[in-house]
Design a protein around this ligand. Sequence first.
Ligand code: C5P
Length: 138
Amino acid sequence: MSHSDAKKLLLVVACALVDADGRVLLAQRPEGKALAGLWEFPGGKVEPGETPEAALIRELREELGIETQVACLAPLTFASHAYDDFHLLMPLYVCRRYSGIPQPRDAQALKWVRPAKLRDYPMPPADEPLIAHLLDLL
Ligand code: C5P
């Protein structure tokens, strides 16, 4: 790879939030954002100086209004995807223990989805390969 092919690496962290019925929460990316309308695992960018777990706890609080802890986050797999303008590295955690009821804080639609139905929701290309890992687990 030549130097000019190098892409900025973006670290995003995502969560498969699982409810008592074994359903998984998807969030729809709002209008005006990149990939608007696609359904994703909630999460967001890791800020400088932050651990991935701390970033995920913060994002779940900011986006959904729920609280969880590092001990409740189980790393499952990660996405590594080359977008046109950056390379995304995105660990996926599974979280079954949290407090509060997820509510959209950011105008995004939310949907609890049975694992077998996850493929019915169009996702960003980075998120899609994560489904197979979740289906193995759930
Ligand atoms: O959510 P945010 O826009 O901050 O994420 C930055 C970028 O990471 C998005 O534009 C998208 O390309 C990618 N992303 C993704 N899947 C996610 C979250 C973000 O592909 N679940």
